[in-house]
Write a protein that binds this ligand. Structure first.
Ligand code: ATP
Ligand code: MG
Length: 749
């Protein structure tokens, strides 16, 4: 199918019409009667969105319209220029302000508007010398039906159609006139004439019938093609689009599955992309793919034209999105989803235990959901950390397990947690920071994409916790290293998490009774200071990718108790997110909270839920259950030999628990095995522990375990009774039960 549109070389695509700024309410609700948080100005106006998309895709593009001599105007002209649009025919009105639209979404997805268009610069332009110069060298005109109700646009369009057509140029029309809308006789005649003269028609839904003047989709298409329209692309929102041409060909193209954040502008990005691809010589099928990608990408971003993509961006979007399911979540979308009133959460699995990782990856494959796996500075670093793994080793382990579990790579995201001088804080700050820089580089080079910068802890001779200023400077140094490593790698740029919760990572040591949430003022200050320091260091781009702030939501667990989330305590803290729409909160130590508390956290602005000790606690619980079953079932296995091996191991090497567990010998003995802090997790990699676990596996593998033994030692696992047992499957099942609680709380179930 050769293009029926004038090629790009003939001259630019021109759009005529309103140029606006859009200012959007950040909350969902009714109208603007009360003072409320807003975000904007965003460059807008349907014709401007359309032409911006043309320019971004590398087509020649120009705009006719007007703005005021004010910043709202400059937001638009700067934006269009940046997108490669010729702005020579945009006039600057000295008297009237730039047009504007305030928009707020209601709960049902409809919108309330406050417009200032008709009495603004947006409606005040005409056939000037600049316009005439432009039209005389243009190759294509795109017209919005709605522009016909603007007298100034009407004159320009009339003349432009004649000039461009007589040069061999072409015309596209987006009817965008609602079906019920009756125009006055003169406008109706102009509209019909324009439709008949169109080479390409881009209606949406019922506008097709409105433009054809007949009922029924097939009838309308036939009628329009008879009138001389050469191509029709019917837009159907999230249901996709359909292409028709005069030769009776039809192509149906599905929409990409995305989370809709802001539907404004989808149709214009779709149309701009389709038209440009066709004018650049692409076949209809390919142009439709780019168009659908442009429309879909634009709805994932707040602001009417912020998601308009370049060719490279759309290519990346297409390859990342084609197989994408709705359970998949991008970290950079979390804030926007929250603002859109559809908060979604993500479980951050903080464990290096292969069985835990396997469970997480299998769960991810089964639910086609993103699997976020994080390693901590002490656990994994360029010197090996306590697991002996470098970031590269850890990434390789996850990759191997993901392959074995059939979990596709695009579902897996790796994160580095508390990355900073922490592991070397017994050394002078400079030395510790030099190590931290090497560690961050190693993480980013190994493909970790979520980087938590935490330089809050003091080094040798410094206070235990540093002030925001010093912390931010150190974080900025580390961000600079991360940015450079990512660029060198040529991979996706990292997203950053800032800040730290007050208690130490890995859970608190004592029985806790209450824990105070972070003060809103402290959270604001952390963000402000980091923003300033990053800007001074020329790291604005990195800061723009800071998506999360670690704060204390008031949840914690001690050795033998859990402090459940109390949402009434974080009302002022939540306000911070209203003022800082790029951020969400990250909650650490959410272990043992259960679905209800976790769900409340997600709703309240804490979509990133870190969990570690709970997963290894339940893993240990299952191992000890199997140890008991084997003791009762298998002759010669002995009395709880796994328990005995762990007791011997931990007693001989108390370093990982003795600063955490206090009390009598009897108390310490049970804490070693059952404390919620789960310090025992540090011991599973030791050879003694591994051989004890192997012995347990060997004792039970392939055995038929009678139901009563499960009832006695692990009642919930009775489904494994009476079939040849695979012990590791029992462990994975147990960890998955915890992961499922998280999954349900994340709103993806
Ligand atoms: P607008 O809503 O901006 O007036 P429109 O009604 O003219 O636009 P739509 O049909 O809403 O146009 O969107 C155009 C195209 O963008 C669709 O055909 C589809 O490919 C894509 N699109 C729109 N909304 C979504 C969505 N929620 N998910 C995926 N793709 C979408
Ligand atoms: Mg629409």
């Amino acid at each position: 199918m050769a293009s029926i549109l004038a090629p790009d070389e003939l001259g630019p695509t021109v759009c005529v019409g309103e140029i606006l700024v859009e200012i959007v309410a950040t909350t969902v609700g009714d109208g603007f009667r009360d003072a409320q948080p807003l975000i904007g100005p965003f460059a807008s106006g349907a014709p401007a969105i359309f032409i911006s998309q043309c320019g971004r895709l590398g087509g020649r593009a120009a705009m006719v319209g007007a703005v005021g001599d004010d910043d709202f105007g400059r937001v638009n002209t700067d934006r269009l220029k940046r997108d490669g649009v010729d702005v020579s025919a945009i006039s600057i009105d000295p008297e009237y302000p730039t047009g504007s639209a305030f928009v707020r979404y209601r709960k049902d997805g409809s919108r309330d508007f406050v417009y200032n268009i008709a009495k603004s610069a947006a409606a005040r332009f005409g056939w000037t010398r600049h316009v005439s110069d432009l039209i005389n060298r243009s190759g294509h005109l795109h017209v919005m039906g709605s522009a016909l109700s603007m007298p100034s646009a009407r004159d320009v369009i009339d003349k432009a159609v004649d000039v461009i057509k007589s040069r061999g140029g072409t015309l596209s029309v987006d009817p965008n006139i609602r079906k019920e809308l009756r125009l006055d006789e003169d406008t109706e005649r102009r509209f019909a004439k324009l439709v008949a003269a169109a080479d390409l028609l881009l209606p949406s839904g019922e506008e097709l019938e409105r433009a054809a003047g007949v009922e029924g989709e097939d009838n309308a298409v036939r009628r329009l093609l008879e009138l001389g329209v050469k191509e029709i692309v019917l837009k159907r929102g999230a249901a996709g689009a359909t292409y028709f041409n005069g030769q009776g060909e039809r192509i149906d193209i599905p929409a990409f599955a995305v989370e809709e954040i802001d539907p404004t502008g989808a149709g214009d990005c779709f149309g701009g992309a389709y038209l440009t691809c066709r004018r650049l010589g692409m076949p209809a099928q390919d142009a439709l793919t780019y168009a659908a990608a442009a429309g879909a990408r634009n709805v994932t971003v707040r602001g009417p034209m912020e998601g308009a993509g370049t060719r490279e961006e759309l290519d990346a979007f297409i390859s990342a999105t084609e197989r994408r399911s709705l359970m998949q979540i991008h970290l950079s979308e979390l804030a926007a989803l929250r603002i859109a009133g559809r908060p979604r959460g993500i479980t951050s699995v903080c464990s290096a235990h292969p069985v835990v990782l396997r469970a997480a990856l299998r769960h991810g494959r089964q639910h086609a959901s993103t699997v976020l796996i994080e390693a901590t500075c002490n656990q994994v670093n360029h010197r090996g950390g306590y697991t002996g793994m470098t970031p590269k080793d850890f990434a390789a382990l996850v990759e191997k397990l993901a392959k074995e579990e059939g979990c596709p790579g695009h579902l897996v995201v790796l994160g580095g947690d508390h990355l900073g001088p922490n592991p070397w804080r017994d050394r002078p700050a400079e030395e510790a920071m030099a190590e931290a820089e090497k560690m961050v580089a190693a993480y980013v080079e190994a493909g970790f994409r979520k980087i938590h910068l935490d330089a809050s802890m003091g080094c040798l001779g410094e206070p235990q916790a540093l002030d925001d200023e010093t912390t931010a400077h150190r974080a900025a140094r580390l961000a600079a290293v991360a940015e450079a490593s990512a660029r060198r790698n040529g991979g996706a740029m990292p997203v950053y998490i800032l800040g730290t919760e007050v208690p130490p990572p890995g859970g608190a040591d004592h029985a806790l009774t209450a824990i105070e949430p972070t003060a809103a003022s402290a959270a604001r200050q952390t963000i402000d200071v980091h923003r300033q320091v990053f800007e001074k260091a020329g790291l604005q781009e990195a800061f723009a990718r800071a998506i999360g702030l670690v704060v204390q939501p008031g949840v914690e667990f001690g050795n033998h108790n859990v402090i459940l989330y109390d949402r009434s305590k974080i009302e002022t803290l939540q306000q911070v997110l209203t003022d800082e729409p790029q951020f969400v909160f990250e909650a650490h130590s959410t272990d043992y909270q259960g679905t209800r508390s976790l769900g409340a956290l997600v709703e309240d602005g804490f979509p990133i839920l870190k969990v570690g000790p709970e997963l290894t606690f339940v893993l240990r619980e299952a191992l000890y259950g199997l140890d008991l079953i084997a003791s009762d079932l298998v002759p010669g296995y002995g009395e709880r030999p796994l328990h005995a091996a762990m007791e011997a191991l931990m007693s001989a090497h108390p370093d990982n628990w003795n600063r955490h567990y206090h009390g009598t010998e009897g108390e310490k003995r049970w804490l070693r095995h059952y404390s919620l802090s789960d310090r025992i997790r540090y011991y599973w990699t030791s050879p003694d522990a591994q051989s004890a676990v192997e012995r347990l596996y060997d004792a039970l593998r392939g055995r038929l375990v009678p139901v009563p033994l499960f009832w006695q030692h692990m009642p919930a696992a009775q489904q494994f009774a009476e079939a040849p047992l695979d012990p590791e499957e029992v462990l994975i099942w147990r960890v998955t039960r915890s992961l499922a609680d998280y999954h349900a709380a994340c709103g993806a179930g």
